[in-house]
Write a new protein. Structure first.
Length: 157
């Protein structure tokens, strides 16, 4: 093979390998909101100490252990007591699932709660503004039967 072409192929392979390995990152609140607003995570890994997990449990989070088996279909989020620990867990998961996006939360639980609250608020506002709303005005709240008026966005009178 021609030496310039061979060196070009090696350089391209190294570039693609580096891009595939660059899936683990430490994210602060704003970065989490931006990254997760378009695509929510498939799983949240709780790497905090057992006592902290017990005192302040995260609903639907998987407690971290070395033999944890997951099937990451979307972004994996890792929360720990210290940023260094979250990155360590994220890197261990990346070894098992190369190329998958894995975020370590900078600031731990406080950052995750703040980002989650912002994402929920944004989703609630979007849902409230996007869909048709039906509202019924009853004839009398104690009275059974047909309502006085029913307002529907699909029926214009």
């Amino acid at each position: 093979m021609n030496p310039p072409i061979k060196s070009l192929l090696v350089a391209l392979c190294l570039a693609f390998t580096g891009a595939a390995e660059a899936q683990v990152s430490l994210k602060d609140k704003e970065q989490l909101i931006t990254a997760l607003s378009a695509r929510p995570p498939c799983c949240v890994i709780d790497g905090r100490a057992a006592a902290k997990r017990k005192s302040e449990a995260l609903k639907d989070a998987l407690p971290w252990r070395a033999d944890l088996k997951i099937n990451p279909t979307a972004t994996v989020v890792v929360i720990a007591d210290r940023d260094h620990d979250a990155l360590g867990i994220a890197n261990a998961l990346e070894q098992k699932h190369p190329g998958k996006p894995i975020f370590a939360v900078k600031g731990g639980l406080a950052t995750w709660k703040a980002a989650s609250l912002s994402l929920l608020a944004a989703a609630g506002m979007d849902a409230a503004m996007s869909g048709p709303v039906t509202f019924v005005i009853p004839a009398n709240t104690c009275e059974q039967g047909k309502p006085l008026q029913e307002l529907r966005p699909d029926k214009k009178k």
